[in-house]
Design a protein around this ligand. Structure first.
Ligand code: ADP
Length: 188
């Protein structure tokens, strides 16, 4: 199986590049942000709980997101591989993911980490907020908090994969196709 972790701060292009990677490598896309927004739209108890955190740009609890990923893995037993987008966001999530994949006889192939400087992230998110309708993309203080939470709680997850020799840093500025080429070369 080809199991990719697409990593990087909010606005680094994970969603855009995921679509292209899924198309090329025929992977199942697991975006915890998308799954959570689906739960909110369906007004499930989980969605109602998660919404409070997401509105502030804080992380949803590890327990909730790990449970969601576990369900999705169980429901996609014939997948050729997965692309994890927006997950894992804490070291506890990374450890849980390793355990879940080990139980299924597979593992993460590589973490692709998109590098984009802060001002560019803020510009992209504010732009996306204009047509996405995402409330967390329309409020500068929420955007700043998401980037701060990334730096404080999530960036360190790279070290977890680096220790396994699986981290690849990708320059995340350039055209969408240029960045896609860099990702494909890193996958090999
Ligand atoms: P972005 O990468 O632009 O922040 P996402 O759609 O990945 O967008 O995430 C939106 C929000 O959903 C996050 O700010 C966070 O509140 C929540 N979220 C998504 N994935 C996770 C996760 N793995 N762990 C905790 N919270 C998450």
């Amino acid at each position: 199986m080809l199991n990719l972790v697409l990593f990087g701060p909010p606005g680094s292009g994970k969603g855009t590049q995921s679509e292209k990677l899924i198309d090329k490598y025929k992977l199942v896309h697991l975006s915890t942000g998308d799954i959570l927004r689906g739960e909110i739209a369906a007004q499930t108890p989980l969605g109602i709980e998660a919404k409070k955190k997401m509105e502030k740009g804080e992380l949803v609890s590890d327990e909730i997101v790990i449970g969601m990923i576990s369900n999705k893995l169980d429901n996609n037993t014939s997948a050729k591989g997965f692309i994890f987008d927006g997950f894992p966001r804490t070291t506890a999530q990374a450890q849980a993911l390793d355990n879940l994949l080990t139980q299924k006889g597979t593992s993460i192939t590589v973490m692709l980490s998109l590098d984009v400087e802060k001002q560019e992230l803020v510009n992209r998110l504010l732009n996306r907020g204009k047509d996405s309708g995402r409330a967390d993309d329309q409020d500068l203080s929420v955007i700043e908090n998401r980037i701060a939470v990334y730096n404080r709680e999530t960036a360190i997850v790279q070290d977890y994969y680096k220790a396994q020799g699986k981290l690849k840093d990708i320059q995340g500025v350039g055209s969408i196709d240029e960045i896609f080429d860099r990702l494909c070369r890193a996958i090999g």
